[in-house]
Design a protein around this ligand. Structure first.
Ligand SMILES: [Zn+2]
Length: 444
């Protein structure tokens, strides 16, 4: 291997990527990094070479396994740049976010007024967030539903760029979530009662353009009581019928479920993933492992209630409820990891105080605080998510044939995932995007 370089590029020269990365639209670009996290392996790869074009990764190798000439520009024998102190990892998949909502505000009046705006206005808010979400390293978003078609419109816009170079993250959407009339979720769903049968309800969502089917199986946590105080909205038979109908259309299902009964009905119904899952039990985790059901634990919206309790007006009793809920959620996350359950990172961005983009980076921090190892957390936000969630583009891995969408950072994310909140460079379909330290949450 030829390791002698005429113009070795130093770490501090990540800005060099500005001129280098656009070349990937016309020829392969060869990078060597000190460490590669490929999104699937359980350990990082040292001294890795990555060759990519704007549209796809061509070669990945380590420890002297150099690319074949057919993967390179004619005559190229050395990397275009070497970043020995940098880590390269896939762009993140945000598996639970509500694109129609601003996440950052926590004032309840402000949030109510927001919902009085037109869908067109919300759509323009959502479009305006894309650049900052990319700066956070978000390469794909699984929208978790709204009733006015904001997520569906974003997904439709993005579909025009399928298999082409894109300037925005991949997004898909379930459209309106399915809930029971009079029960939780009217602001993001439409009632099942609007249709003659569960199958008709699913068919209507698919006809409207839904990429997946979102079910509101339970209510939400009553923070004052510290529990989910109402029974589930959907019995297991109904969940199963909805899941069957979704499968007949080739659609996955994801179930908003907190409280033991809500989680149970979702598992019995055979959904693809359980969202939130607060109060989940170890027995339920075992069933999820056996049925290959994924879990998106969404710590962020509940942790936020603790972190900003004073602003939200919570008293000591409520804060102690919240802390108990988070502690048991942390414990279940550790169990889930030990049991090799498919844990998937999603922040519930858009919900009160959870900004888009930054919210996912915060979610990773909460998972780390729970005791999950950084490499596993990063897999949950990349390779596991991509393997479980059936995205229409090959994303979430640094593997030949996958899209060339990755993050390069000199702040080691395996030391702590909070390092991902520091400045970094995102490579996305032939563009290099730099993110600053301490991004603001404005507009997110
Ligand atoms: Zn949600």
């Amino acid at each position: 291997m030829n390791t002698k370089l005429s113009n070795p590029v130093r770490n501090s020269d990540l800005a060099k990527l500005d001129s280098l990365v656009p070349l990937s639209k016309t020829r392969p670009v060869w990078l060597r990094v000190g460490r590669l996290i490929d999104g699937i392996s359980d350990r990082p790869i040292a001294d890795a070479d990555v060759v990519f074009e704007a549209g796809q990764i061509r070669f990945v190798g380590a420890n002297g396994k150099t690319p074949a000439q057919e993967d390179l520009s004619e005559g190229q024998s050395e990397p275009d740049a070497i970043f020995p102190n940098c880590t390269l990892l896939p762009c993140f998949i945000e598996a639970h976010s509500h694109a129609f909502l601003d996440g950052a505000p926590i004032n309840s009046r402000e949030r109510e007024l927001y919902l009085k705006n037109s869908p067109q206005w919300m759509l323009s808010r959502a479009r305006a967030r894309w650049p900052k979400q990319l700066q956070c390293g978000i390469g794909a978003v699984r929208d978790a539903g709204d009733r006015d078609g904001v997520g569906l419109s974003l997904a439709a816009e993005r579909k025009k760029y399928r298999n082409r170079l894109a300037a925005t993250p991949l997004i898909d959407s379930p459209g309106a979530a399915i809930h029971r009339r009079g029960r939780y979720g009217a602001f993001m769903g439409e009632p099942i009662e609007d249709h003659a049968s569960p199958a008709n309800c699913v068919a209507a969502r698919v006809a409207a353009g839904a990429d997946r089917i979102k079910l509101l199986v339970s209510g939400i946590i009553n923070f004052k009581v510290g529990q989910v105080t109402v029974p589930p909205q959907m019995p297991p038979e109904e969940v199963a019928e909805l899941v069957r109908a979704a499968k007949s259309h080739g659609r996955q299902t994801f179930a908003h479920a907190s409280g033991i009964a809500g989680v149970e009905n979702s598992i019995l119904g055979g959904v693809t993933t359980v969202e939130h899952g607060f109060f989940i039990t170890e027995d339920q985790l075992a069933k999820m492992r056996d049925q290959q059901i994924g879990w998106v634990p969404t710590f962020a919206p509940v942790q936020l209630q603790i972190d900003r309790a004073a602003e939200l007006g919570w008293d000591d009793q409520v804060v102690s409820n919240l802390k108990r809920i988070i502690e048991s959620h942390q414990q279940m996350l550790r169990r889930a990891y030990a049991m090799r359950i498919k844990v998937i990172a999603g922040s519930d961005a858009g919900s009160c105080g959870v900004p888009h983009g930054i919210g996912l980076l915060e979610e990773l921090r909460h998972m780390e605080r729970a005791g999950m190892p950084p490499i596993a957390i990063l897999r949950s936000a990349t390779g596991i998510s991509s393997a479980m969630l059936d995205f229409p583009e090959p994303i979430g891995q640094i593997t030949p044939g996958f899209r060339a969408r990755f993050i390069i950072t000199q702040h080691d994310p395996l030391e702590t995932v909070t390092n991902l909140q520091k400045e970094k460079t995102i490579i996305f379909d032939g563009a290099a995007i730099h993110s600053p330290n301490d991004m603001t949450t404005d507009g997110l």
